[in-house]
Design a protein around this ligand. Sequence first.
Ligand SMILES: CCCCC/C=C/C(=O)SCCNC(=O)CCNC(=O)[C@H](O)C(C)(C)COP(=O)(O)OP(=O)(O)OC[C@H]1O[C@@H](n2cnc3c(N)ncnc32)[C@H](O)[C@@H]1OP(=O)(O)O
Length: 305
Amino acid sequence: MASVLRQAARLASSRCLTQLSAASSTSRLGASSYNFSPSSRNASTSSTIKVQLDSNTGVAIMMFQNPPVNSMSLDFMTEFVIAWDKLELDKSCRGIILTSALPNVFSAGLDIMDMYGTTPEHRTAFWKALQELWLKVYGSGKIVVAAINGASPAGGCLMALSCDYRIMIDNPKYKIGINETKLGIVAPFWFKDCLENTVGYRMSEMSVQYGILYNSAEALKIGLVDQLVPEDKLISTATETMIKWFAIPDYARQISKAMVRKATMDKMLAGREADITNFVTFTNKDSIQKSLGMYMEMLKGRKAK
Ligand SMILES: CCCCC/C=C/C(=O)SCCNC(=O)CCNC(=O)[C@H](O)C(C)(C)COP(=O)(O)OP(=O)(O)OC[C@H]1O[C@@H](n2cnc3c(N)ncnc32)[C@H](O)[C@@H]1OP(=O)(O)O
């Protein structure tokens, strides 16, 4: 319990004191096309991460803008963490909405080109950056809502699973899931843990083995996402949801969040070094490099057709 309280105290240090006016904020931030309110300011310093922070409401919208598919490259994840740290320190920010600035894709997951044909040193830095990103988002004291506006496979799904609430566009063409086995690779234990914590043991057992990508209705049915909305209501619903969460006193919510997530975070932290070694050793294998290469060819070939 003492360590939960310590973790919560750390999380609480990031909370902000913004008082929220729900009525005014929903009317101002209800735009689907990122129609930002006058009190919203651009808080971006990065080319691939766009941040719009409304200091009246305390809601920040963090948009991924890494064309063509928001793949999570080393550069992207480094920029993500810099932008994230800035928001964590900003007392006027109470909650963060994660979404994509690109059409049809939330995130294509890890950048395969960072794993394929790269040096062990590069892959070590790449995996460390992913661990860092996950620890920040999953362990955040802020309220984090995923506004999933397109495909969200593998690492993209992990990003969504690390949030407190997931809202997805109601469209069967958008798929989400932990599909790594379909690529001939294996998701690490903490991807699986996040999935299991969300959809339960049996569903994750099936899901990770088959590498299932669920369409939006299926994702809602198994609890992988919490809510479906029409495309033009995505950001307004995410903002309204955030405002409902703001009604809960931060300190109590943060202690509760830390308590629920502690075991998963501690497990990852304890296995962090081994997890890096596993990843680098695994991706050194000729068979895995071959699988990654074939998958990239398949993606490019599909496009050519
Ligand atoms: C080894 C242990 C690691 C375990 C953990 C691994 C986690 C991961 O996240 S692995 C990555 C898993 N990701 C996927 O399986 C998604 C693959 N991509 C897609 O399914 C689709 O691209 C899409 C649904 C996300 C978008 O489809 P669409 O809009 O039709 O775009 P294209 O397929 O034409 O792709 C455009 C462009 O982007 C390249 N690309 C796509 N995904 C990735 C990626 N994850 N990494 C790097 N590059 C990617 C694709 O090859 C195209 O490139 P160009 O042909 O050069 O334009």
